[in-house]
Design a protein around this ligand. Structure first.
Ligand SMILES: CC(C)=CCC/C(C)=C/CC/C(C)=C/C=C/C(C)=C/C=C/C=C(C)/C=C/C=C(C)/C=C/C=C(C)/C=C/CC(C)(C)O
Ligand SMILES: C[S@@+](CC[C@H](N)C(=O)[O-])C[C@H]1O[C@@H](n2cnc3c(N)ncnc32)[C@H](O)[C@@H]1O
Length: 380
């Protein structure tokens, strides 16, 4: 084929083009909704499109439940509509409306005796304050997304999420004050246990001597790993005011004797040496490619021969969770003003360019929450 020539569409592409052409025809749609053999598909597509239209409403039903702490209350004991209305200071009719909406979304369930209990999705929120923290945090994201076209067209930064993630776009991130890093560090710590559980289920840290967690936040990930690998020594690198929060957490957990904490700017400073394993947990996706390449090269330089790098974060192209990567994180990071979700193949290519000898993906129990890549430095 000549350079610049566009390849002819394959058979599958031509079939999809035909299918999309007929679906775009209102007459065909009306016929397909009535014809028994196409009706199930027509109904499924209608439901999918309706859910896309209504997604914000569903999210707000969930947000109301979280703000009212409804799931914790129903977890304590089944309750009547009237008791919930009284306890939560919501008019009885509005309480009934919320409970019915939540039931339709599988968050709550009305028992045969009329009392309300947790539904399957409400039950999955119990014991996971990280999800509730994210739901409340989404108020900022949805404020930024109120005009999505304006968000796409504007210069990056200057909105609610970019202010929240103070390092995104900061000229001197290492100079950020304690008050600018407190909220995001607390949110990351609250949502870290569900990520750490995925990583610990997939990787045995006991084979390593020293782990350096870069962008390690206030040490929530390292604290979980420390419990699973009692002989492992811990190192953490983050912005100075975040590193100070990590020191406080390690001291409070009796880990200060096992941990060394470094404050600095990882896009400018070298990473400390001494670890045989370096981790980036939910770090690379919130930076642009040039910064990520710099980070991978810095990790490569800090590791000894035979050392290993571990990347844990949600990734684009995750089978069964496609909207999570490109749609949710794509737009979340757009609002934040930095970074993009990457496919594993892109990270493998970047790792190779940074000088790692080999890299591979390891399966995690819930790929939606995090995926895992390990990359090795050659032994010589
Ligand atoms: C067989 C028997 C006896 C019973 C089976 C019954 C059964 C089927 C039970 C199912 C129970 C079960 C296993 C449920 C599991 C539910 C799970 C795992 C739910 C998990 C939900 C996770 C959610 C909703 C996670 C949301 C995460 C979000 C929104 C994360 C956002 C992260 C952000 C914005 C991070 C930002 C960081 C930055 C800035 C990008 O770097
Ligand atoms: C999205 S948070 C992830 C925190 C933690 N790894 C976790 O999963 O909970 C990204 C972390 O990278 C840190 N970070 C961002 N830019 C940095 C920089 N230039 N130098 C050092 N740390 C930085 C932030 O302070 C924050 O703690």
């Amino acid at each position: 084929m000549q350079a610049g020539a566009v390849p002819a569409p394959g058979l599958m592409d031509r079939f999809r083009a035909w299918r999309e052409g007929v679906t775009a025809n209102p007459g065909f749609r009306a016929w397909a909704a009535r014809f028994p053999l196409t009706r199930p598909m027509a109904r499924r597509r209608a439901r999918q499109l309706f859910d896309l239209c209504a997604g914000f409403v569903y999210s707000q039903v969930l947000a109301a439940c979280v703000k009212l702490r409804l799931f914790e209350i129903l977890h304590e004991a089944p309750a009547s509509e009237a008791a919930l209305a009284l306890r939560l200071a919501v008019p009885p009719e509005a309480m009934a409306r919320l409970l019915a909406a939540a039931a339709a979304l599988d968050l709550t369930r009305r028992r045969a005796d009329g009392l309300w209990v947790l539904g399957p999705l409400g039950a999955a929120m119990i014991g996971n304050p990280g999800i509730a923290a994210m739901v409340e945090h989404h108020a900022l994201l949805y404020a930024d997304l109120a005009d999505p076209v304006a968000l796409l067209r504007r210069e990056r930064g200057g909105n609610a999420l970019s202010a929240y993630w103070a390092y995104a776009g900061a000229a001197q991130p290492e100079a950020l004050g304690a008050e600018r890093v407190a909220d995001y560090s607390a949110l990351m710590a609250a949502s870290q246990p569900m990520v750490a559980a995925e990583v610990l289920a997939s990787y045995d840290f006991r084979r390593h001597r020293v782990l350096l967690d870069v962008g390690g936040g206030e040490g929530a990930f390292l604290s979980e790993v420390a419990a699973a690998a009692p002989d492992l020594r811990l190192m953490l690198f983050d912005l100075p005011q975040v590193a100070a929060r990590a020191s406080a957490r390690f001291a409070a957990r009796g880990l200060a004797g096992r941990a060394q904490v470094f404050g600095g700017d990882f896009s400018a400073d070298p990473l400390p040496k001494g670890a045989d394993l370096i981790s980036f947990v939910r770090v690379l996706h919130d930076h642009d490619d040039a910064v990520v390449m710099g980070l991978l090269r810095a990790a490569r330089a800090a590791l000894p021969p035979g050392g290993r790098l571990l990347i844990a974060e949600p990734m684009a192209g995750t089978s069964g969770a496609e909207p999570m990567g490109e749609a949710y994180f794509g737009f979340y990071l757009l609002a934040m003003g930095r970074g993009r979700p990457r496919r594993p193949e892109e990270l493998h290519a970047m790792l190779s360019e940074a000088g790692f000898a080999a890299s591979r993906a390891l399966p995690t129990p819930t790929p939606l929450l995090t995926r895992l890549i390990v990359a090795d430095v050659s032994n010589s």
